[in-house]
Design a binder for this molecule. Structure first.
Ligand SMILES: Cc1ncc(COP(=O)(O)O)c(CNc2co[nH]c2=O)c1O
Length: 404
């Protein structure tokens, strides 16, 4: 699909917001859904809906083929070695919690160190704090610079012989910073640590190859990749997943059950208890088809160009301060306007049809670092245009004039 045709693929973007054409700049929270994904999910419920894996009738077998076909698409999308390494979860948050509650509780003990960074989303902070309370592990936080960058030297300085796990964000949702995760993985391996990468923001914006990265776990959410909510993926190296205890218990994750003993199912089903989000997985598969029809490299280049244009245009506004100016960024711009509160700005900008986030973005330590209560955040999707940026800049100017 050509980028010039992309916007037409999103029905929601045709609507007016407060009498103005909608300019959606909150894809970092959730991306919009192309008609190909909507139609795929509708078709599943019209023609294929049945429970998976256990039916011995055609409809269930077709639903199973569609569900497992989506898993294979994810495998190829991440360049994983096997479908066994692709676990469907609700989203990035559940993926990280699954690793913390299974691999973490099994392998970590008092005094072991888990390394995260100062720019993590709360879903990659709090699960490890729960383990700190339960097991007495030590949480080591890599500081970021005032540009919102993690310097590799600062990361390496946090690694010790006690480092058992590094869990870091690939691309920051609050700043847009893209971290040097390939180098971070190599440095972590030198001290024998496992590595989990939080790919929630990276996967929609760039090509991800988990084998080239050599990470042990990789997590992302379908709804940020133009797919439905309620579906996400945990990638894990097969040997690690095989050795981990189940996360949740019930149907489908078992091979046999007696009151004396239960044998668990094989991968990936050991980690997929109960009826899965069948339509969500199939919708995620359609979302992967959509982004691959454009090309991740094409998406990355286009969004970089948008980011450059938006940064230049926003910087012309008096009193506007961009939060997060790392040299390597994805399609996210956080900013504040002196003398205003982000919530007031966003509320006024909504009157101009501009949808952007005013929040701490579930990254409160980032806000503390920059000494701000929140930021305005414009986060881009494949459907955004230069005209959207011009509308954004005009709305910021208008809101600023009304508030300052
Ligand atoms: C880097 C990062 N990690 C984890 C998550 C959690 O993903 P979920 O489990 O699908 O919710 C998010 C969601 N980020 C945002 C959700 O809303 N605004 C955001 O910036 C994120 O941006």
């Amino acid at each position: 699909m050509n980028l010039s045709d992309v916007k037409d693929a999103f029905p929601i973007l045709k609507q007016l917001e407060n009498g103005q054409p909608l300019v959606y700049l909150d894809s970092g929270a959730t991306a919009q859904t192309p008609v190909s994904v909507i139609d795929t999910i509708a078709r599943y419920y019209r023609e294929e809906n049945a429970n998976v894996h256990r039916g011995v009738y055609g409809l269930s077998e077709r639903a199973t083929d569609a569900y497992e076909g989506a898993r294979s698409k994810v495998r190829r999308f991440l360049n994983a070695a096997s479908d066994k390494e692709i676990i469907f979860v609700r989203g990035t948050t559940e993926a990280i919690n699954l690793v913390a509650q299974t691999w973490g509780r099994r392998h970590l003990k008092a005094g072991d160190e888990v390394v995260i960074t100062e720019m993590e989303h709360h879903s990659n902070i709090v699960p490890w704090q729960l383990l700190r309370e339960e097991l007495g592990i030590k949480l080591v936080v890599v500081p970021m610079t005032d540009d919102g960058e993690i310097r590799l030297a600062d990361f390496e300085a946090c690694l010790t012989s006690k480092t058992q796990l590094v869990s870091v964000v690939h691309m920051s949702n609050a700043l847009g910073t893209i971290n040097p995760v390939a180098d971070m993985v190599q440095a972590a391996k030198k001290v024998g640590a496992k590595v989990l990468l939080d790919g929630a923001q990276a996967v929609p914006h760039m090509s991800v190859d988990v084998r080239a990265l050599d990470c042990d776990f990789y997590a992302f959410s379908g709804h940020k990749l133009y797919g439905p909510t309620g579906i996400g993926v945990l990638y894990g190296k097969e040997a690690l997943l095989d050795a981990m205890p189940p996360y949740q218990a019930g149907g489908d994750m078992i091979y046999s059950v007696t009151f004396d003993k239960t044998e668990y199912n094989v991968l990936p089903y050991k980690f997929e208890a109960g009826t899965p989000n069948i339509s969500g997985a199939i919708g995620l598969g359609a979302a992967i088809d959509f982004v691959e029809s454009i090309g991740l490299d094409t998406i990355a280049a286009y969004e970089h160009e948008l980011l450059t244009y938006a940064t230049r245009q926003l910087q012309t506004i008096d009193g506007l301060r961009i939060i997060g100016t790392a040299p390597n960024k994805g399609g996210v711009i956080s900013f504040i306007v002196e003398g205003t509160h982000p919530h007031d700005m966003a509320t006024l900008m909504d009157q101009d049809g501009i949808a952007l986030r005013a929040s701490h973005h579930c990254a409160m330590p980032v806000m503390q670092h920059f000494d701000v209560p929140a930021t305005l955040r414009a986060s881009f999707g494949v459907y955004n245009t230069h005209e959207d940026i011009d509308r954004l800049v005009a709305a910021v100017e208008e809101a600023r004039t009304m508030l300052v």
